[in-house]
Design a protein around this ligand. Structure first.
Ligand code: ADP
Ligand code: MG
Length: 244
């Protein structure tokens, strides 16, 4: 099942999860959510994470993001094992390496589209130029509007901008198109594909949309806290050609 993880420890590997376990609760109430995750994710991959509700996708993403701690196992990201970092080092890790994109955007309502992206820039030592990003994300003419004055798709573009402006090496996306209609989802997927190519960041996308696996380099499927599928996709389909 996890043959790939062992064959693949190449110089291109970026993330390596080994025997990662996570449970919640104690004694009789203990629920094992991840039971020994092993996988390797390469630099620059779009990696899609599938699985039924409750299978542990968000938990795995939160562990990769250093938002929660594993019970055991190691998670190597770049040259550090993030399970060994102090809470101060984890703050630094999130600040430097990570961008988060969520289903419900989490924008600050009192800030304009531009200011929301600036929030991301403030926590970075080497932010990307905001004007370029606003153009690339198709938000230039909306830059002075507030989130409630633009569409859901534009709000998600803004949240992608806020994550991206830090120029992170890793983008963690939890159901980024979950709240969007078909046409807008497709636009956002095209944008994510463009962002992956243009900025070279590794992306891990949790989704329920099966079509997304066709545009992804790497497909992971979780079931009951175990990886039951770990495959590379050699026939990439451009996001604009996806249908579902
Ligand atoms: N903070 C928590 N406390 C207790 N149980 C949790 C917590 N977070 C998640 N769980 C449980 O862990 C399981 C996996 O959750 P999650 O990772 O959110 O799954 P998914 O994202 O695949 O739907 C679920 O059964 C959920 O109820
Ligand atoms: Mg989830």
């Amino acid at each position: 099942m996890n043959a790939r993880a062992t064959v693949q420890a190449s110089e291109a590997s970026f993330i390596c999860a080994s025997d990662v376990c996570k449970s919640y609760g104690q004694a009789d109430a203990k629920v094992c959510v991840l039971s020994g995750i092993n996988t390797t994710i390469n630099h620059g991959e779009i990696c899609v994470l599938f699985g039924p509700s409750g299978s542990g996708k968000s938990t795995f993403l939160n562990l990769l993001g250093g938002l929660e701690a594993a019970d055991s196992g190691s998670i190597q990201v770049g040259d550090q094992d993030i399970t060994q970092l102090s809470s101060k080092q984890l703050v630094e890790y999130r600040r430097k390496e990570l961008g988060f994109i969520f289903q419900f955007y989490n924008l600050i309502p009192d800030l304009t589209i531009r200011e929301n992206i600036e929030v991301g820039a403030h926590v970075s030592q080497a932010p990307l130029p905001i004007d370029d990003l606003l153009h690339n994300l198709g938000l230039w003419e909306h830059r002075n509007k507030f989130p409630n004055q633009v569409s859901g798709g534009q709000q998600q573009r803004c949240s992608i901008g806020r994550a991206l402006v830090k120029n992170p090496r890793l983008l963690l996306c939890d159901e980024p198109t979950g709240a969007l209609d078909y046409k807008t989802s497709k636009e956002i997927l095209q944008l994510m594909e463009q962002v992956n190519r243009q900025y070279g960041c590794t992306m891990i996308i949790v989704t329920h949309n099966d079509a997304i696996k066709r545009m992804s380099h790497h497909i992971l499927r979780l079931h009951d806290g175990c990886i039951v599928e770990d495959q590379m996709n050699t026939h990439l389909v451009p996001a604009m050609d996806l249908e579902w």
